[in-house]
Design a protein around this ligand. Structure first.
Ligand code: HEC
Ligand code: HEC
Length: 498
């Protein structure tokens, strides 16, 4: 373990180097700078549990050393993650390094010195004020921890969105979902969006060219999203569209399906939970989101450039490259027949109509777009993501993403419905929550009020009512196979030091 402290000297030198150049934004990272952030997370996962234990202890030692560095030079940890978008686009950082920097940002404590909070906001507040947010926590990992890195949150970690800043009843309660596999979720959604939009665009051309009304059935990856009627003048009647916004963009992030990309979700999380305003949001200048002080410091806390585009990119890549959830069969051999029965019951009870066991994507390339019009950054998740990774189907070369979701919004009935819309999505509509990794993300449902898988199933209503009733009609032995299947949807075993 001692050998690890060899890191401390290059790191200290790095601080000195940084202290001297604090004023200028250096275009290229120095060698020292790289040494400072690496070590908090790695993309490989040793198969041998002793190797894993050693790795976990090394990471713990790195964290302890980092704390000493921060004690000597407060703000060091955050400063070490300060990468610039231009550096990333120029290829100065490998994807693996960006993953580690992102992991570091995910773990660290945001302080008011670096921009946490805002002049018009209390120090910490659980009940959000509109889209401006809390701030309600100091770290991403404070809420996303259960079941492994970038995991889910417990009931006590619920966020209370879009309220009056004062009372719980004014807010929309949301349980932190697990972020594992996030890159694949975005890629599935992007392919579905492209498919839906190309059908629509072609149908408009067709209607005009043939002077005919076209009744278009909207289907992407086998999931149905209602229909559209397009008249010869190119007018589109969207009243038959269901489960997706009228622009046909699949938004797979958030319980209601609010964001189409990880980057948007990350940027919003930084803003509403921590008051950390990205350059992009500041430039957009939406007062309801960033505050009313204007200029470069719209939250008026005296800190500008709170989080760089490069840091947002690193955080986004960390989540895009997060490990893929796994299906792990039960350890007791006698449960195996139950798992097989569960897989077939999941179909016959109708669960699979919404929780589609897998959706297929053709390309393993995650593309992180540049906000400044620069090139997008392609990352091959089948080679570069954290282990365990999703590998191609050996026959087709395609990727079957075992999401257990159709990425569509459904009416879940009056029991689960909320009294008002959330970012334009009606109170009764929720996105089919992906069930991969579900065994490691207790509690369940959008506000976390279902303590067990059984409770979550029994609370389904609306479009899920028939399926729920079919489950409820079974005796306990009949239900067990479904629960065994859900329990097998987990994450890789790994040793972590809390
Ligand atoms: C106070 C708890 C809390 C903190 C802190 C927090 N999150 Fe979240 N996170 C949530 C909740 C709750 C949701 C669901 C939001 C919704 O449904 O609209 C969420 C959703 C997300 C999503 C979308 C995931 C999905 O599949 O729907 C991403 C990505 C995310 N958070 C990233 C982050 C990052 C990055 C940070 C730190 C900058 C962070 N979160 C900090 C509670 C938190
Ligand atoms: C009509 C579509 C639909 C059907 C059918 C359906 N579900 Fe769901 N399921 C959803 C939606 C939507 C949610 C999220 C609800 C929420 O956000 O509160 C969900 C949530 C869940 C959850 C909680 C996930 C979590 O992370 O909190 C579980 C477990 C679950 N469903 C299992 C099942 C099982 C088992 C069946 C079959 C008996 C089933 N579902 C049938 C749409 C459906």
């Amino acid at each position: 373990m001692i050998k690890h402290s060899a890191l401390i000297w290059p790191v200290l030198l790095g601080i000195l180097a940084l202290a001297c150049t604090q004023e200028e934004v250096s275009p290229a990272p120095t060698g020292d700078r790289q040494g400072k952030v690496l070590g908090v997370a790695t993309t490989d996962l040793p198969a041998d549990s002793r190797d894993q234990a050693l790795r976990a202890l090394e990471q713990d030692a790195f964290r302890r050393e980092s704390r000493f560095l921060d004690a000597v030079n407060p703000g060091h940890l955050f400063g070490a993650t300060r990468v610039e978008q231009a550096e990333i686009e120029a290829g100065f950082w490998t994807h693996d390094e960006l993953f580690q920097i992102g992991a570091q940002i995910f773990q660290l404590t945001f302080t008011s010195e670096v921009g946490f909070g805002g002049e018009d906001l209390p120090i910490i507040r659980r009940f959000h004020t509109g889209r401006r947010g809390g701030p309600d926590a100091r770290r991403c990992a404070a809420c996303h921890w259960r079941g492994g890195p970038a995991g889910a949150g417990d009931g006590a970690d619920d966020a209370y969105l879009d309220g009056d800043g004062d009372s719980q009843s004014s807010t929309l309660a949301r349980n932190p979902p697990s972020l594992a596999g996030g890159g694949w979720v975005e890629m599935v959604a992007a392919e579905m969006t492209a498919e839906l939009q190309s059908y629509r665009d072609n149908a408009i051309i067709h209607a005009k060219e043939n002077n005919k009304t076209v009744n278009l059935l909207l289907t992407a990856k086998g999931v149905h999203f209602g229909s559209m009627v397009i008249t010869p003048d190119g007018n589109v009647d969207t009243s038959g569209v269901v489960g997706v916004d009228l622009d046909l963009v699949i938004r797979p992030f958030g319980w209601k399906g609010s964001f189409s990309t990880l980057r948007d979700a990350v940027e919003d999380a930084l803003l509403i939970h921590h008051g950390m305003e990205s350059e992009f949001l500041v430039a957009q200048g939406d007062v309801a989101r960033v505050g009313s002080f204007g200029g470069m410091d719209p939250d008026g806390d005296g800190v500008i450039d709170e989080i760089s585009e490069g840091q947002v990119s690193a955080l986004t890549l960390f989540l895009a490259m997060a490990e893929t959830p796994q299906q792990v069969p039960p350890p007791q051999g006698e449960f195996m027949p139950l798992l097989a029965e569960g897989i077939s019951k999941f179909e016959t009870l109708g669960c699979a109509t919404c929780h589609t066991p897998h959706l297929t994507v053709t390309s393993p390339l995650f593309r992180l777009p540049s906000r400044s019009g620069g090139p997008s950054i392609p990352v091959d998740l089948s080679k570069e993501a954290a282990e365990p990774r999703l590998l191609p189907n050996t026959q087709t070369g395609e990727f079957q993403v075992p999401l257990y979701s159709d990425l569509k919004r459904h009416d879940m009935g009056p029991e689960l419905a909320e009294g008002r819309p959330d970012r334009g999505v009606a109170g009764n509509l929720f996105l089919t929550r992906p069930l991969w990794g579900v065994a490691r993300s207790r509690p369940y449902l959008h506000d976390g009020h279902a303590p067990t898988l059984e409770d979550a199933i029994l609370l389904h209503g609306g479009e899920g009512q028939a399926s729920r009733d079919a489950y409820a009609a079974l005796d306990d032995a009949g239900r067990a196979p479904i629960r065994v299947l859900l329990t097998s949807l987990t994450r890789a075993r790994r040793i972590t030091v809390p």
